[in-house]
Every structure is written in structure tokens, then in C-alpha cells.
Ligand binder design. Structure first.
Ligand code: F6P
Length: 323
């Protein structure tokens, strides 16, 4: 393999730059030419392809976001879009790809490989940590620490005003961000999509807390909880407890930015190298990940279909720790 392409796709995450850097440096180290494809699959379709040298990735390991930009491509969902993308790769002589992204990115990569046979490996870049085949995804540790920093600040004002705060964290389908935020932030209640938490449970927990003379509460709500958004949940609870002084904070995209933590830089560097070396070994359609400290490659077909387990013990821990 003499020429490879690298791109970032889907929601950006802190550490994507560190991963791009690792792909480029490792390719250069192995005498492989490397091209950056801008704006994910959209840029691939349009031929936004630039040559990257070792110096192109200087001074980016500590930067959030992605120097290659990112996008969620509607066009790539069509056969015509994928054909156009393949034509651009052929035109540029690109023989293999490294995709940095989440499940949407790998779903696209899997179909693309089936149709055109181009070797593709993936590095898990998403703050959600919802990918099967790796204990942690690139950006997750940073996002959790960013959210925790905000929750600590919310705790101060919640305590001063004796209020109940409903704090919404990201995670459309997963409570992976919510759980460490709840445990690390000393929250009283956590609501995640994987575990059923009814509004009546929340009301009971709040009432029991007041009975034990607690005066402020933090409820962490994962974006995708089945009871609705933090705004909706707060309204439902307020309806049942009119005397409660409730506020809602949606942390939103602040969780996606910022300098990556040491853990994310290390993970991104390790997986970026693993993708290049994997392509050199002839691997394809797999995601590089770390499971129990070991590097593993998991087929895209599994990373996109299998659900990553989240132990109900974690929600129980929140209950125990707030008792
Ligand atoms: O997948 C990462 C993520 O940040 C999710 O947690 C969130 O639901 C989604 O992306 C938000 O997407 P967008 O930036 O397109 O609004």
C-alpha cells in the first residue's frame, strides 16, 4: 500500500486531531503517502483531498475539534454519492482509508467496502463511548471531564439556593457520559436510556432526600432518556412537586470541544498507529479499539450492530452514594 487517505466524520470529538497526527506520522514512518480528506464523506464526494506531510500535523495533538473538519453526509447514503466518492479516491490513487468517527461513519464505511472493495479501518472518534469493540472512544474522557467541571459549578449554585438541577448531558442512545458525571459529580439521580427510571422514582428519591434534610439535588439526564429531555422531565416532576425550585441546564456542545485529556491523546495516538499498521497487514472493515488494555480489531459489522453493555450496577451506585 503506497497511498492512504484519512478523514473525520460525524460528531467531532477531542483527540481527533491527535489521531490524524498519529495516522500521518505513522504513514510517513512507513513510507506511505497520506492524504487528508476534508469534511468527511462530503469532501470525499467532492474531491476535497489534500496531501499531508509530517509538518502538516505539527502542533495539533493538544487541539480540540478536527483540522480536517467533519460532517454528517446525506449524499453518501446514496449509491450515486458513494460512486462519486470512489471515483475521487481512484483519481487520487488512494488505496486504503482510515475513518475516524462513530457508528454512522462505520456503517457508511462498511457499505462502501462491500460495493467498491477499498480497504478501510476505523478509529473510534466520538464522545459517546457507545461503540462495541473498545472500552473507550477518543474524546469520551475529555467530554466527561468537561461535563464534570460544569456540574461542580452547578452544584455550588444549587447548594446556595437549595434548588434541584436537572442537568442534561449528551448521549442520544447511551448513558456512558451520564454515569461518570453522576458518580463523579455526586448526583442524587441519574436517568439513562439503557435503564428504566420512571418519573415516580425520581419524585420518591427527591422526597426521601428532603426527608433526610438534603436541600439541593443534581439529577443527571442523558439526552436520550426514554422519559424525555431534561426540560420535559423537570416539567413532569415540577407538576407533581409544585414547591420544588427546579432549574435545567443543558450542557450541549460544550462537551464536544476543548483540549483532549492525556488519556484521549494516548488512546488517539495508539489507535491512529494501529489503523495504519492494520492496513499494511491487509486488514479491512474493522475498528481498532482497546479492550482490557490490549489492542483489538473488531469487524465494523459488530461495532455497528452490537450494543455496548452498561452495567445496571452503575445506576445503583448513584443511589448508594447519595443515600
Ligand atoms: O455523537 C456525538 C453527539 O455529540 C451525540 O452525543 C449527540 O446526540 C449528537 O452528536 C449531536 O449531534 P449534532 O452535533 O449533529 O447536533
Amino acid at each position: 500500500m503506497k497511498k492512504i487517505g484519512v478523514f473525520t466524520s460525524g460528531g467531532d470529538s477531542p483527540g481527533m486531531n491527535a489521531c490524524i497526527r498519529a495516522v500521518v506520522r505513522s504513514a510517513v514512518y512507513n513510507n506511505i503517502e497520506v492524504y487528508g480528506i476534508k469534511r468527511g464523506y462530503n469532501g470525499m464526494i467532492k474531491g476535497e483531498i489534500i496531501k499531508l506531510e509530517s509538518s502538516s500535523v505539527s502542533n495539533i495533538i493538544q487541539k480540540g475539534g478536527t483540522i480536517l473538519k467533519s460532517a454528517r453526509s446525506k449524499e453518501f447514503l446514496t449509491k450515486e454519492g458513494r460512486q462519486a466518492a470512489y471515483d475521487q479516491l481512484k483519481k487520487n490513487g488512494i488505496e486504503g482509508l482510515v475513518a475516524i468517527g462513530g457508528d454512522g461513519t462505520f456503517t457508511g464505511a462498511n457499505i462502501f467496502h462491500e460495493e467498491f472493495g477499498i480497504p478501510i479501518l476505523g478509529a473510534p472518534g466520538t464522545i459517546d463511548n457507545d461503540l462495541y469493540g473498545t472500552d473507550y472512544t477518543i474524546g469520551y474522557d475529555t467530554a466527561v471531564n468537561t461535563a464534570l467541571d460544569a456540574i461542580d459549578k452547578i452544584r455550588d449554585t444549587a447548594d446556595s439556593h437549595e434548588r434541584v438541577f436537572f442537568v442534561e448531558v449528551m448521549g442520544r442512545d447511551s448513558g456512558y457520559i451520564a454515569i461518570p458525571c453522576a458518580i463523579g459529580g455526586g448526583a442524587e439521580i441519574v436517568m439513562i436510556p439503557e435503564t428504566k427510571t420512571s418519573i415516580s422514582n425520581v419524585i420518591d428519591a427527591l422526597k426521601q432526600g428532603w426527608a433526610r434534610s438534603k436541600t439541593s439535588f443534581i439529577v443527571i439526564v442523558a439526552e436520550g432518556d426514554e422519559e424525555g429531555s431534561a426540560v420535559e422531565i423537570a416539567a413532569k416532576v415540577q407538576n407533581e412537586i409544585p414547591q420544588m425550585d427546579a432549574r435545567v441546564t443543558i450542557l450541549g456542545h460544550v462537551q464536544r470541544g476543548g483540549a483532549p485529556t492525556a488519556a484521549d491523546r494516548l488512546l488517539a495516538s495508539r489507535l491512529g498507529i494501529a489503523c495504519v499498521e492494520g492496513l499494511m497487514q491487509g486488514r479491512t472493515c474493522e475498528m481498532a479499539g482497546i479492550v482490557n488494555s490490549e489492542l483489538v480489531y473488531t469487524p465494523f459489522s459488530e461495532t455497528i450492530t452490537k450494543q455496548k453493555y452498561i452495567s445496571p450496577r452503575f445506576t445503583e451506585m448513584v443511589k448508594i452514594l447519595s443515600s
